[in-house]
Design a protein around this ligand. Structure first.
Ligand code: ADP
Ligand code: MG
Length: 713
């Protein structure tokens, strides 16, 4: 009987004894294994000749172009290292437009005569690969007669070892392109955008007479996730197939008491987290922070920020390690943006900044010149976000994130910039030319010594803002937890590159005193773009109206949010910066809308199946038992119980009818309704099923309940 399965799952959790705390693991063990699974600088020096190692490291550290003649030696060294790690296979590891990662394993085996084999890995194997692209989404970029796709080695992200119970695989991060060179992945445009932003930053810095230095764009991605017991997960076809619960009545207690956030971490979860950290450290991923999040059973992992391209790869690996480690611990890691209705969803806060040499350009400096640069870069970013809020919003669009954005727990779908009181005051002074208390009470002049030395900015945390300045970086909070950060970061890089170039163009036209001209320029730009700055409560009902008055775009759902990909001006911008050609933009629209509609259909079909084949039989059975009992009670002339039986039978009967009507409606909308009609039909069905969950005999309810999944683990 189904009910027993739920009880079994509960009992299995209840019977788990927490493991005794380890007493014997030396704390420095984790340092000894740090980076042991990556072909990083240490291994490069160990396995390659000095000359080749230097050449490769110049590519890795200084983005020097790759000298293809070293490929054979690098491949040989990499193979030796990989074999020593127990690897039998290698794979080009890439990020197709499915949003996940892809790998196709080839063994090192080459046969050299009957019954004889050697293990080989050539420069050719390392540098490029051919992958049948026909089953990856291409959004029309790859015509079906040209199914070939190519993977190309990205030497700036180190090769790594993925281990499994029976060996290991050498993974080589690669870009993935079509025969014609169109980007079929997320990495390629990201790398292109980095090139664009690097060039624009160098140009701007030259105009400030800064010595040439290395530009590095950095990302620290905070990853939120849920953990539930795998026993429950296995009994939820909706979680298994869609990553979220399409039904589930609200439990009496969920997150009202705020008692989960930053609470003591349960031993079972801590054991899981420790295992995750150990594996990430082995992969050279600097996992730093772990804590309980707001919703019950919700957690967060944050690594230390790294170079953007590497940090994106690392986030993809973090998601994979979380999932795999959860399984090993009898848990399931849910990365969906909104696995449970009524409690907070999960995001991926993308912390981004630009460094020039050793200096973070988003950190106020220690002298007026540095402050002038800081304010100029900040102005460039504000301008970029104001002009391109639409396409920035696009990068967070997904069926999953639709449930989260604007749900009074996550930033709204309206993109605005939060600066904090102190910086807002500084910009206000720039704007009005008048001193305010917040800015230190002095009139702001850019680049001259009367400019107050900006203290380290202490920003207050405004969790309701999608794009917040947090002291020395911007935190983009709208991206969803399951997303690849490459797309949002690629767009951010590109629009900021454009904005910096615009400012550089203006600076080049300066006549007269540089500081006076700069002050005027920044003032003009702030006046033009200050509408995007918002310090208030992004959850409030007034904000959408206020945002509309300011003319800020509000793109509430996926279909609206992806439309900017088709916008001519956007297409021209991305083409100009060599990041995405118009066809590549179109293809991303194509893929996004297809993905959205497919996911909706799957959710609808799963909901219908559960409602008809799991919920309805239980309700019908209980109703008919009641009806029989009622007629028996009536025949035997019972004086008591009949009122109660009848009331319940009526409720269940009405629920049963309702269930029938709502199922038919959903069925119809799946066959030929609009996506809006389908969403409405699913919501209506959910309303009915969730109401029945409160009515039906608990021991017979077929689906694990919220109060179980979110609390019993
Ligand atoms: P919060 O207050 O949001 O928790 P933290 O200081 O914990 O902020 O940082 C959150 C994330 O931001 C971490 O991954 C951190 O490494 C990253 N971060 C810090 N400085 C930078 C930076 N300059 N560029 C990019 N990410 C950064
Ligand atoms: Mg944060």
């Amino acid at each position: 009987m189904k009910a027993n399965n739920r009880v079994h799952a509960i009992n299995a959790v209840a019977a788990r004894l927490p493991e005794a705390p380890a007493t014997s693991i030396p704390a420095d063990e984790s340092l000894k294994t740090y980076g042991i699974d990556v072909f990083g600088e240490k291994m490069i020096r160990q396995y390659l000749t000095k000359k080749t190692a230097e050449k490769l490291l110049a590519v890795v550290n200084d983005y020097k172009p790759l000298d293809a003649s070293i490929a054979d030696e690098v491949a040989e060294g990499m193979k030796k290292w990989a074999l020593a790690q127990g690897a039998t296979h290698f794979t080009h590891w890439f990020q197709p437009l499915t949003g996940g990662t892809a790998e196709k394993h080839d063994s090192f085996v080459e046969n050299v005569g009957p019954g004889k084999a050697i293990q080989k890995f050539s420069g050719k194997n390392l540098i490029g690969g051919e992958a049948d692209a026909s089953s990856f989404p291409s959004g029309g970029l790859r015509s079906t007669f040209e199914a070939r796709g190519f993977t190309a080695w990205d030497p700036t992200s180190p090769a790594f070892i993925k281990r499994h119970a029976n060996g290991a695989t050498l993974c080589i991060p690669t870009a993935f392109c079509s025969y014609t060179g169109a980007a079929l992945d997320s990495k390629t445009p990201l790398l292109r955008s980095l090139q664009a932003l690097t060039a624009s930053t160098e140009r701007l810095m030259a105009l400030f007479h800064q010595k040439k230095a290395h530009v590095s764009v950095t990302l620290g991605a905070e990853q939120e996730y849920f953990l539930i017991d795998r026993g429950f997960y296995m009994m939820r076809p909706d979680l298994l197939q869609t990553g979220r619960t399409v039904f589930g009545a609200a439990p009496a207690k969920h997150q009202q008491l705020d008692d989960h956030y930053f609470g003591a971490i349960r031993p079972r979860v801590l054991k899981f987290m420790a295992e995750v950290d150990q594996q990430l450290w082995r992969l050279g991923i600097p996992a730093k922070t772990r804590h309980n999040e707001v919703a019950p059973a919700q957690f967060e992992l944050a690594p230390i920020f790294e170079d953007l391209n590497l940090a994106v790869d690392h986030n993809m690996l973090i998601m994979e390690v979380l999932r795999r480690t959860a399984e090993r611990n009898g848990l399931e890691c849910l990365l969906h943006e909104k696995p449970f209705r009524g409690v907070n969803g999960s995001g991926k806060h993308c912390n981004w900044s630009i460094a020039y040499g050793n200096r973070n350009l988003l950190e106020p400096g220690s002298n007026p010149k540095e402050n002038a640069i800081f304010l100029t870069v900040l102005t460039a970013i504000i301008r970029a976000v104001d002009l391109h809020a639409d396409i920035l919003r696009t990068t967070t669009a997904s069926a999953g994130n639709d449930h989260r954005l604007g749900a009074n727990e996550a930033p709204p779908a309206i993109i605005s910039v939060y600066l904090g009181d102190q910086l807002s005051a500084v910009f206000q002074e720039l704007d009005t030319g008048k001193a305010t208390a917040g800015g230190g009470g002095r009139k702001i002049k850019v680049g001259v010594s009367t400019l107050p030395i900006l203290p380290p900015v202490t920003t207050d945390r405004n969790r309701t803002s999608p794009f917040a300045f947090t002291g020395n970086k911007f935190e983009f909070r709208a991206p969803g937890s399951s997303q690849n950060c490459a797309m949002p970061e690629m767009v951010l890089n590109t629009i900021v590159a454009e904005s910096m170039d615009f400012i550089s163009g203006e600076i080049a036209k300066f006549k007269g005193d540089f500081n006076v001209c700069l002050q005027k320029l920044l003032q003009r730009l702030i006046r033009a773009h200050k509408r995007v700055i918002f310090s208030g409560d992004g959850y409030s009902a007034e904000w959408p109206a206020e945002a509309a008055r300011r003319g800020l775009p509000n793109l509430p759902d996926t279909m609206a949010a992806i439309a900017p990909l088709k916008d001519k001006a956007n297409q021209e911008l991305f083409a100009k910066y060599g990041v995405l050609a118009p066809q590549e933009m179109e293809s991303r629209w194509e893929i996004a809308q297809e993905d959205y509609h497919r996911r909706l259909r799957i959710e609808g079909s799963v909901a219908l199946e559960i409602a008809r084949s799991m919920v309805r039989p239980v309700v019908a059975d209980e109703f008919s038992k009641l009806a029989t009992a009622l007629s028996v009670a009536a025949k035997d002339g019972f004086k008591v119980g009949r009122t109660g039986l009848k009331a319940l039978a009526l409720k269940l009967g009405a629920g049963l009818d309702d269930l029938h009507v709502k199922c038919e409606k959903l069925d119809k909308s799946l066959a030929k309704g609009s996506h809006q009609e389908q969403i409405e039909a699913m919501n209506a069905l959910r309303h009915t099923v969730d109401a029945l969950e409160y009515l039906v005999d608990d021991s017979r309810w077929p689906l694990p309940k919220y109060r179980e999944m979110l609390f019993i683990y």
